[in-house]
Write a protein that binds this ligand. Structure first.
Ligand SMILES: C[S@@+](CC[C@H](N)C(=O)[O-])C[C@H]1O[C@@H](n2cnc3c(N)ncnc32)[C@H](O)[C@@H]1O
Length: 220
């Protein structure tokens, strides 16, 4: 029988085998000892100076947050605060999240992914997260029933993300306006203080969802 490909399977394919591990890469210990009893793994991509990561880890001791930031000065500010707060359920990572996730994360292993106020990429929409072939790989690392939470102050970014979630990735998603008193990240605080609207899209990975990377594992 000729099965029709899902619409995301018609998209240009991500090629994880072409990505080298980030410099000085090693898997954090939480991923080496992972078993059914371990805390659910949460990933934050582009954590900036870490306002959300630090408060999330402090208020969710039963979850383990891996917070990834590639810009050195932001990462250093975050890492300094993280070491002062000494939270054992927080792993700060200085790396490009794409290469790091490819080399560190097993398929179907992440409960939640936060992407809060990503770079707008208005002149290079191919670099918006839901437009990237990497997004299929990211979905393969998410557990069934897991969710991706995206926030932005750019209405066209949110409109496109909502459309891509539905038409390309076939993900049930809920769009909401971020409350005016929310203060999760430095960028959120800045935008809401200027009376800008901010939006959030919460996307769910349904049971039985398939990607072309479900069996893919980085070679050690
Ligand atoms: C606009 S800032 C938002 C920072 C923070 N989430 C906040 O809301 O305050 C976007 C951040 O994403 C980081 N970033 C962008 N692409 C990344 C990638 N591929 N891997 C890791 N960090 C990335 C940038 O370095 C930047 O710090």
């Amino acid at each position: 029988m000729n099965e029709k490909p899902l619409s995301h399977q018609k998209k240009r394919t991500f090629q994880p085998e072409k990505l080298s591990p980030p410099r000085d890469f090693s898997k954090p210990s939480i991923l080496l000892n992972n078993n059914a009893e371990s805390a659910p793994i949460i990933i934050e991509i582009g954590t900036g100076k870490g306002k959300h990561a630090l408060s999330f880890a402090a208020t969710n001791p039963d979850r383990h947050l891996i917070a990834i930031e590639r810009t050195r000065n932001k990462f250093e500010a975050f890492a300094k605060q993280a070491s002062q707060q000494d939270l054992d359920n927080l792993t700060p990572v200085h790396a490009d999240a794409i290469a790091w996730i490819v080399h560190a994360m097993a398929s179907n292993s992440v409960a939640q992914i936060y992407i809060l106020y990503p770079n707008p990429e208005q002149h290079n929409p191919n670099q918006q997260w839901l437009n990237m072939p990497f997004f299929e790989f990211l979905l393969s690392r998410l557990q069934e029933g897991g969710e991706i939470i995206l926030a932005t102050n750019i209405e066209t970014y949110m409109d496109n993300a909502e459309q891509q979630a539905d038409r390309v990735w076939r993900l049930p998603a809920v769009r909401q306006q971020v409350p005016a008193d929310s203060q999760r990240t430095h960028f959120e605080v800045k935008y809401l203080a200027r009376n800008e609207s901010c939006w959030q899209l919460t996307m769910h990975k349904p049971t039985g969802y398939q990607t072309r990377f479900d069996e893919w594992t980085a070679s050690e």
